[in-house]
Design a binder for this molecule. Sequence first.
Ligand code: CO8
Length: 258
Amino acid sequence: MAYTCIETRTDDRVLIITLNRPKALNALNLQLMDELTDALKKGDKDPQIGAMIITGSEKAFAAGADIKEMADKTYMDAYKNDFISANWEQAAKCRKPVIAAVAGYALGGGCELAMMCDFIIAGDNAKFGQPEISIGAIPGAGGTQRLTRFIGKSKAMEMCLTGRMMGAEEAERCGLVSRIVPVADLMEDALETARKIAGFSAPSVMMCKEAVNRAYETSLAEGMLFERRTFHSVFATEDQKEGMAAFIEKRKPGFKNA
Ligand code: CO8
């Protein structure tokens, strides 16, 4: 698939996907979402890739779903084609870690896409929001659900009902983003983080991600059991033997599956 709305490149074992519709502030149209889904699926399958980054430009990660593309939709169009169908959720379905490196606007579907990733590193100029209410709509790809889990009901309700934007500092304070870095350093920082993760044992990384995600989907007791059983299974991997032997022998581990 030739890409016209995104750009991809690899750096070491990291796949970097850059949303690239600068004239529309990276508004997420169907073509862009199809390309993003394709790139994420390929990265997830490629044994040479250990982690992925989704980013945009310095001005906009993505200013939302493409309003011009959806303005004339009818209910029947939306319902029959299951608008924002499951393949728009690929970022949340990947087994390998996906980091959102967000500078500028992450609004509506842009904020939702960032929240589908495993964590968000924000440039200091990042602005997050769910402004759908101001165009007579509501969030449609997780804004009311994921945002509430990230930042709690009171703040999520206020954000969704007023459409106000939240800056990077507020986003860090309330747990929406993991870290803020100067926008000029955003990509280098995200890359360094992704390279670090991609250098660890690939099965451990995937198991760890699955276990953290369980915290969202189940009770504490079930989550603890899942974590413990998954922990038991690392003793079946060569990487566990190598990682622990390397610690004891005071050397760097050479993970087979890195
Ligand atoms: N859709 C289409 N075009 C857009 C969008 C968008 N979401 N956002 C910006 N653009 C276009 C503008 O129309 C403009 O194009 P043109 O030059 O042809 O007029 C160009 O990008 C530049 O935009 P502005 O001139 O408005 O730039 P400003 O710097 O003045 O303002 C803002 C920046 C504040 C970001 C402003 O553009 C804005 O408010 N954008 C819309 C934000 C919004 O409402 N987003 C929510 C959209 S609805 C949604 O996301 C539903 C989610 C569905 C799920 C998606 C699944 C992933």
